[in-house]
Design a protein around this ligand. Structure first.
Ligand code: CUA
Length: 143
């Protein structure tokens, strides 16, 4: 009788584990990210103001920095982020904004974020990319 209870609990625990795993995978799929056709212009790191409150920022990741490293934008801006890499695979994470992209050479990832609150938004590389990985970051300063 006791063994049955133990087996039951074990099954329940593994079922919960599998469920949470599937749930996490589903959540990841829900990210608003797009993959676009690639061309060489994405290797040109730059900020492009589209109109008063709309910006495009083209990031180039390489060991071990992002370019542009600091960008200033006004509060209320909507920003399209484009990310590519010049070498290995890098991460592009803005945790406060739930942004989680990959910088991959020969490909570009895109997402759009609205910045309604002033602050310093840290961009960090969350994909291990070598000895300088932990210092690989950039900032978006909203004011
Ligand atoms: Cu780039 Cu870690």
């Amino acid at each position: 009788k006791f063994e049955r209870t133990v087996i039951g609990v074990a099954l329940l625990v593994s079922a919960l584990f599998i469920f949470s795993l599937l749930y996490a995978m589903g959540a990841k799929k829900g990210d608003v990210t797009e993959c676009l056709p690639y061309d060489k212009s994405y290797e040109d790191a730059r900020v492009n103001q589209v109109d008063k409150n709309t910006y495009q920022i083209f990031y180039v990741a390489r060991m071990w920095n992002f370019e542009p490293s600091v960008v200033y934008i006004p509060v209320g801006s909507e920003v399209d982020f484009f990310v590519t890499s010049k070498d290995v695979v890098h991460g592009f994470d803005i945790s406060e904004k739930n942004v989680n992209l990959m910088g991959v050479q020969g490909a570009v990832a895109k997402t759009t974020v609205k910045f309604d609150k002033p602050g310093v938004y840290k961009i960090t590389c969350h994909e291990f990319c070598g000895t300088g990985h932990q210092n690989m970051q950039a900032e978006v300063i909203v004011n």
